[in-house]
Ligand binder design. Structure first.
Ligand SMILES: Cc1cc2nc3c(=O)[nH]c(=O)nc-3n(C[C@H](O)[C@H](O)[C@H](O)COP(=O)(O)OP(=O)(O)OC[C@H]3O[C@@H](n4cnc5c(N)ncnc54)[C@H](O)[C@@H]3O)c2cc1C
Ligand code: FES
Length: 291
C-alpha cells in the first residue's frame, strides 16, 4: 500500500524481506517499498516506525534501491529502543515508512572524480551513490569510495584487486560489493583491522588528494556522510585542496517533513546566515556553508 503526499513523499506499509545481522549490533534491512524504491536518490532517507509501541519514527538513510524489484535497503547500528525494536522485525512483518525524504547528492560531469567518504552509519548513502554512478553514469565517472569504522565493518572485508595510485602501501582492504561493481574502495580504522589504513578516513582522503596534481584536483568533488566531527574534517580537507564538498548531515528529527523546525542548522548563504531544516532543505548541504 502506498499513499503519495505533496507529490514527493510516499507513505507505505513496507514488508520486511530480510534482515541480516553484523558485528557490533549492525543490521541490513531489505524492505518491499515499491514507491520509495522508484523515487529514491542517493542522500535521501526514510522515516520508519520501528514498532507500533514506539510512536516516534526514526530516520535512516537509503543504502540501496531497486525500482524494478520494488525494494530498498537500509543499514543501521542499534543505539536505543527504536532501532533495538527494528532489529527484532522478522521477514513478513510490516513497517510503516515515509520516504524518500530530502535533497539528494548532485554529481557534476565537470568533476568526474567523485570521492565518496562514509564514516560508520554514514556508509549507506555512499554505497547508494556508488551504485547510481555505475548504473546510470557508467564510464563517465571514476569514483573512489573511502570508508571508516571503529567497529567491525558491516560486511566481510577483502583485499582489493583494483590498484589506486597515491593510496598508502598496505591499504588494500575494500568493500566486496563495490569491488564487484568495479568501483575502487579503501577502508580506514584506528582499530587495527587488517589491510585498513591506520587512522581516520579523512586522513586517508587527505593523503590521497595530496598525491594529485592540479589538473587532477580540478576534477575532484568530495561527497561525505558520517559523524559531525568527520564532516567538519572533510570540509577542512576540501578547503585545503580547494575542491567542493557535499555533506549529508544528521540531526535529531521529530516530523522529518519540514513542519516542526526541530532539525535546523546554521548555514551561510549569499544573503547571510540562515537556519535551514536538515530534513527537507537537506540532508545534503554544501559542506563549506555549514562548517
Ligand atoms: C537523515 C538521517 C539519516 C540517518 N541515517 C542513519 C543510518 O543510515 N543508519 C543509522 O544507523 N543511523 C542513521 N541515523 C541516525 C538514527 O536515526 C538514530 O541512530 C536513531 O534515530 C536512534 O534511535 P534509537 O531509538 O535507536 O536511539 P535513541 O537514542 O533512544 O533515540 C531517541 C530519539 O533520538 C533520536 N535520535 C537519536 N540519535 C539520533 C541521530 N543521530 N540522528 C537523528 N535522530 C536521533 C531518535 O530519532 C529518537 O527520537 C540517521 C539520522 C538522520 C537524521
Ligand atoms: S524534523 Fe521537523 S522540520 Fe525537520
Amino acid at each position: 500500500m502506498s499513499r503519495e503526499s505533496r507529490g514527493t513523499l510516499h507513505l507505505e506499509d513496507a514488508r520486511v524481506i530480510k534482515q541480516t545481522a553484523y558485528d557490533g549490533e549492525q543490521f541490513v534491512l531489505r524492505l518491499a517499498a515499491a514507491a520509495c524504491a522508484t523515487h529514491a536518490q542517493p542522500g535521501a532517507f526514510v522515516h520508519l516506525t520501528c514498532d507500533p509501541s514506539i510512536p516516534m519514527r526514526r530516520p535512516l538513510s537509503i543504502m540501496r534501491a531497486d525500482p524494478a524489484q520494488g525494494w530498498i535497503e537500509v543499514l543501521y547500528k542499534v543505539l536505543g529502543p527504536g532501532l533495538h525494536a527494528l532489529a527484532a522485525r522478522k521477514p513478513g512483518d510490516t513497517v510503516s515508512l515515509i520516504g524518500p525524504i530530502g535533497k539528494p547528492f548532485v554529481v557534476h560531469p565537470e568533476r568526474p572524480r567523485p570521492v565518496l567518504i562514509g564514516g560508520g552509519v554514514g556508509i549507506p548513502p555512499m554505497v547508494f551513490l556508488a551504485d547510481r554512478l555505475r548504473s546510470e553514469a557508467a564510464g563517465r565517472y571514476k569514483p573512489l569510495v573511502l570508508m571508516g569504522s571503529e567497529i567491525p565493518f558491516p560486511f566481510r572485508t577483502r583485499p582489493s584487486a583494483i590498484l589506486i595510485a597515491g593510496i598508502p602501501v598496505g591499504t588494500i582492504a575494500c568493500m566486496p560489493l563495490l569491488e564487484e561493481w568495479g568501483i575502487a574502495s579503501r577502508l580506514a580504522s584506528r582499530a587495527g583491522f587488517p589491510g585498513c589504513y591506520e587512522g581516520f578516513v579523512t586522513e586517508l582522503a587527505d593523503d590521497w588528494l595530496s598525491s594529485l596534481g592540479p589538473s587532477e584536483l580540478a576534477e575532484v568533488e568530495l561527497f561525505a556522510c558520517g559523524p559531525t566531527p568527520m564532516l567538519a574534517a572533510c570540509a577542512a580537507v576540501a578547503r585545503r585542496h580547494n575542491v567542493p564538498c557535499q555533506a549529508s548531515l544528521e540531526e535529531f528529527m521529530a516530523c522529518a517533513v519540514g513542519g516542526c523546525a526541530g532539525c535546523t542548522v546554521l548555514v551561510r548563504t549569499p544573503e547571510g546566515d540562515a537556519m535551514k531544516r536538515v530534513c527537507v532543505d537537506g540532508p545534503v548541504f554544501d559542506a563549506l556553508t555549514v562548517f
